[in-house]
Design a protein around this ligand. Structure first.
Ligand code: ZL4
Ligand code: CA
Ligand code: ZN
Length: 386
């Protein structure tokens, strides 16, 4: 079974994979869209292709209370420990989006622990690319849960990176606005945040992230102009998305000169997602990872949203292959011995839009709108130089 597809370590760079097998045992509730077992499905594809032979694999630690409070307030993580009877109606805990469930505190500290481990491997230069699919929970605030997120593992990981790297570029391709990460770094010029998302303030969560929302623009705020938002409409295609991504990110890299990149790979931007509304295929989604990898800047990759588990697993497994430079080599037929293989519906790693949706969703993103976005970004970046 080992090396079945001839997968070996990449030459000249190192990839680390941070995973905690206990995370997926947690349940948000019967019909809640967030299914931690999508991580099992992802891991199952990664190992059945033999990708583990090309990376350093780590069982992620759980983050400590002290680590969690590097961003969150001291009184916030404790009520997450619902097993010790702390249920609390403050902090937006216990609603339908952020329910209190058995083992919640452990789940959160595993997610944060894997992202922190990944960040530390980047800091110590033991990894050029570090992967933490259990992280990416971008909505959590300092002392508030929001949108299925309780602890902001991304903010914690970026704070870790900032100990070593002068500037971090945060990129968020989840279909939702990365509001928690944006808010955490609004007042610093050491972190630039860029979120691509569906934007409709009246009907789509969280309703923030308009094009001209670039943070407080006071003279005394060094973080001014360092928050970028790319609001999109339903049905955007691979071609439009990846060309927009390259236009925006190339300009950010040129002006901001990041010393590390943190990429949130939320898979709810894929076609056929239970919550998302785009027409992206794994090819388009992963082209963003490929682009970031080619920049040759230390890269940390997080998971995030993704509510059709079989497609989440496809995307994150394929993006793991991109990270190790094996995406062109692995067969597109899902290996026969893959655990849970029957869950994938089709036996291909890269289904077509017709296989996923039948009929593609109507595209409501005119080219003119996308050009205006690039124009606005270019104008914002005139204020940025490092
Ligand atoms: C559900 O079926 O838009 C939660 C949430 C629970 C189980 C049964 C309860 C039924 C969809 C969503 C009532 C559900 C009512 N159950 C949910 C304004 C809302 C208030 C809550 O990918 N109702 C809130 C959050 C978003 C809202 C998206 C994305 C996270 C991420 C990173 C977070 N909240 C309206 C919805 C269900 C549920 C079915 C749901 N919640 C869909 N969208 C939301 O960016 C991980
Ligand atoms: Ca986003
Ligand atoms: Zn999302």
């Amino acid at each position: 079974m080992a090396h079945e597809y001839g997968i070996t370590k990449p030459k000249g760079y190192n990839v680390t994979f941070h995973y905690n097998p206990n995370m997926e045992r947690h349940h948000f509730g019967q019909t809640h869209p967030m299914k931690p077992w999508r991580l099992t499905l992802t891991k199952s594809l990664v190992t059945s292709y033999g990708m583990n032979f090309a990376m350093d694999n780590y069982t992620a630690r759980t983050a400590t209370y002290e680590e969690l409070t590097n961003f969150h307030t001291n009184d916030y993580p404790t009520p997450l420990d619902v097993d010790n009877m702390h249920p609390d109606l403050k902090f937006n805990l216990g609603g339908s989006d952020c329910p209190l469930f058995e083992g919640l505190y452990d789940y959160c500290s595993m997610s944060a622990g894997s992202s922190l481990d990944a960040a530390r491997k980047i800091c110590s230069k033991q990894a050029d690319i570090a992967i933490a699919w259990g992280g990416g929970l971008h909505h959590a605030k300092k002392s508030e849960a929001s949108g299925f997120c309780y602890i902001n593992d991304i903010v914690l990981a970026i704070l870790q990176l900032l100990r070593v790297y002068p500037r971090v570029l945060y990129i968020d391709i989840d279909v939702h606005h990365g509001d928690g990460v944006e808010e955490a770094f609004l007042s610093t010029d050491r972190v630039m945040t860029v979120s691509f998302h569906k934007y409709d303030p009246n009907t789509f969560f969280p309703g923030t992230g308009a094009l001209d929302d670039n943070g407080p623009r006071s003279e005394h705020n060094p973080g001014a102009h360092h928050a970028l938002n790319i609001p999109l409409n339903d049905g955007i295609t691979d071609e439009q998305y990846s060309s927009l991504f390259e236009s925006v990110i190339s300009r950010c890299v040129e002006k901001f000169r990041p010393s590390a990149i943190a990429l949130q790979c939320g898979a709810d931007s894929l076609a056929g997602d239970r919550l998302g509304k785009f027409n992206l295929l794994v090819e388009g989604h992963s082209s963003c990872v490929e682009y970031c990898k080619k920049l040759g800047i230390p890269l940390i990759m997080f998971g995030g949203g993704g509510y059709t588990p079989r497609n989440v697993a496809r995307a994150w497994a394929y993006e793991t292959a991109v990270a190790i430079g094996q995406d062109k080599n692995i067969p597109h037929k899902i290996p026969e011995h893959t655990p849970w293989r029957e869950r994938f519906r089709q036996d291909t790693l890269l289904p077509t839009i017709e296989q996923i949706l039948g009929e593609p969703r109507q595209n409501r993103n005119p080219e003119k709108k996308l050009r205006d976005i690039v124009q606005h970004v270019t104008e914002q970046l005139r204020f940025v130089s490092h």
